[in-house]
Design a protein around this ligand. Structure first.
Ligand SMILES: [Zn+2]
Length: 272
């Protein structure tokens, strides 16, 4: 879709300019990846070399924390060094285990994987055709000591438009399945498509998890962040290294304007 590509490019340049006028504040930036080395033309399917170079940059610029450590750090005043970043992945595609994890291991970078457990159960492809990973491969992934598994609902339903009973079922099923297969109750949650829920759904998420991630390309400020509204910065192929560096430093907030414009059209009437 050339119009989408144009809006995307234009907003990236605009966002860098906006950062120059109003630099991002202090805080912890949570990055969101979807796929690495999946071999598709998707904007969220990064070539493995690019992902590797991005991790090199992250390790050189400052601490890369697990999500649990980041939540502790968010409760304290900012340190004197560079602000930490957190690396997260969504969905649970096979390329996370096969391609991304070996690179994360090489750099000893901790990662949180938000799993849509129903796709793993059914060995069903994700929208866009990505193959899911298996429970067995996830057990191996956990054995690296680098991976935290969170919930991303069971069927990747969009919670902002779901009746509360169905929403509860989505949350509890994912918790039960992850617990049964991986022996660990997921402590963290990410909303599918980063869409924040209605107040009723929000209360259900708060009752079950220690944190929840939504959209927002910005650092999460120390002492002021609601852990159930963690802002996550999406990484795209067209970021390359230039825009990636800006995002890792907590910048590119203005990119959200273009994205929310596109997403409003893209997700209208969708269920997953
Ligand atoms: Zn997702």
């Amino acid at each position: 879709m050339p119009a989408a590509r144009f809006v995307r490019r234009a907003t990236k340049h605009l966002a860098v300019g906006a950062d120059r006028l109003r630099p991002p504040g202090r805080g912890i930036t949570v990055l969101i990846y979807h796929r690495v080395g999946g071999g598709t033309a998707s904007e969220v399917d990064l070539p493995v070399e690019v992902f590797d170079e991005q991790l090199v940059h992250l390790c050189q610029r400052g601490p890369v924390l697990s999500l649990d450590d980041a939540l502790v750090a968010l409760d304290a005043p900012p340190g004197s060094g560079p602000d930490p970043v957190v690396v997260t992945f969504d969905d649970g595609t096979a390329d996370f285990v096969d391609v991304a994890l070996p690179v994360l291991e090489r750099h000893r970078v901790p990662v949180t994987l938000y799993l849509a457990s129903g796709f793993i159960d059914d060995a069903r492809s994700f929208p866009g055709g990505a193959q899911p990973c298996s429970w067995a491969s996830l057990r191996d992934a956990l054995a690296t000591g680098l991976v935290t598994v969170g919930s991303h609902t069971h069927r990747h339903r969009l919670l902002d438009r779901l009746p509360t009973a169905d929403l509860i079922d989505e949350l509890d099923r994912s918790i039960d399945r992850i617990g049964a297969e991986l022996g660990d109750v997921p402590r963290h949650f990410a909303y599918p498509k980063a869409l924040a829920p209605q107040p009723g759904g929000d209360a259900q998420v708060r009752a079950r998890f220690a944190s929840a991630a939504v959209a927002g390309s910005r650092p999460n400020g120390y002492g002021i962040t609601d852990p159930y509204r963690l802002a996550r910065t999406p990484i795209q192929v067209s970021d390359g290294m230039r825009f990636f560096r800006a995002k890792a430093a907590g910048g590119m907030a203005a990119e959200d304007w273009g994205r929310s414009l596109l997403n409003r059209r893209r997700y209208a009437g969708a269920a997953t």
